[in-house]
Design a protein around this ligand. Sequence first.
Ligand code: SF4
Length: 395
Amino acid sequence: MRVLLNLMRRDATSRAEDQPAARPRGQQQTVQEPGQLMRQPAESEQHQAQQPGQPRQSDAQSGRAEQPARSEQQTLVVEGPARPRIERQAVTRVFDGITCYEVPARAAIERVPEAAELPFTYGASPYRGCESGCGYCTARRGHRYLGLDPGRDFSTKIVVKTDLARRLRRELGSPRWSGEPVALGLTGDCYQPAEEIYRLMPGVIRALADAANPFTVLTKSPLVLRDLDLLRDAAKVTQVGALVSVGFVDDRLRRAVEPGAATPQRRLEICATLNDSGIPCGVLMAPILPLITDSTDHLMATVRRAAEAGAVSVTPVVLRLPPGAREWYMGWLECEHPGLVPRYQALYGKGQVAEDGYRRRIAEQVRVLAETYGIGRDARRWRRRRSPARQLALV
Ligand code: SF4
């Protein structure tokens, strides 16, 4: 467990903390071109368990695992059968220590699992994995299916769906598509630092705007403001919304569990800017960490700050612990708050979600606070009344 914590700390110190857009990205360091690039993995193959050190029959036969890398820094790429499956299917590039696997999108629009308890039915994401490396991120488990670990690999090995916009256009134009709202960025922040390099979101936004398909952008990153004009243009033809994720406003805690993400203050400023620019932006209070950020003081501070930022809504989501996220988060908890481990075990049992009564209580507390601060009603008036000098006052 100590190892896990050290890795999280190393992540925290190795990243720019607040300004992904200003982060200097090094030149591409490594390019690896496998023999059979862009091959679409079969569904069954994606979920097939791979034993470390045991090459799959098909790879041994095709010789893909033995393709020599044409990189100058071959030591950066693990050779042989232990290489993750995704590495044999993608173009691999390394930027500033972050490995990007470029793949074609198997599907652009994906159904959001009900268990995620998010207010969306469909989502699309240019990236799988996320440099923010939030310890609780429920998208971590997806890395397992790629032959990667859901721990450190999740924040250092990013899958990039380079043709997402083209694929999305095709699916949006299909007579079978119902035109339902699409949430962007559920399997990795769509404005994470890799977006500075790949610039996939402008194409995605244009595709949705051209189809007049409603959409919501989920992010913690100030890079979303780069596309403000595009979002405004899209809002002229369809319903466009945004959600910034701010589960708590304690920046010390943010450093521990959201090491690569912008500060809560910066995220709330993004929320304010989007709202002031005509893009309705709410706050996804995700996640609320039981026994850590669920006190009345924490909840009140977060909802108040959301109101100050003019958030049009506030949606509480209590921490979920699906496989992948569970090991990583509980490892951190054991190091930092060992006394809480038995209480988490009582609250979650072997399940992924906290017990119903607890979640209902939190939802009700946040609902009452949101009403108190006029979120969705008169948050802006409250902001002007209470914070005349500065829109976003610190707690
Ligand atoms: S920013 Fe979002 S997608 Fe990225 S690690 Fe954090 S919770 Fe996951």
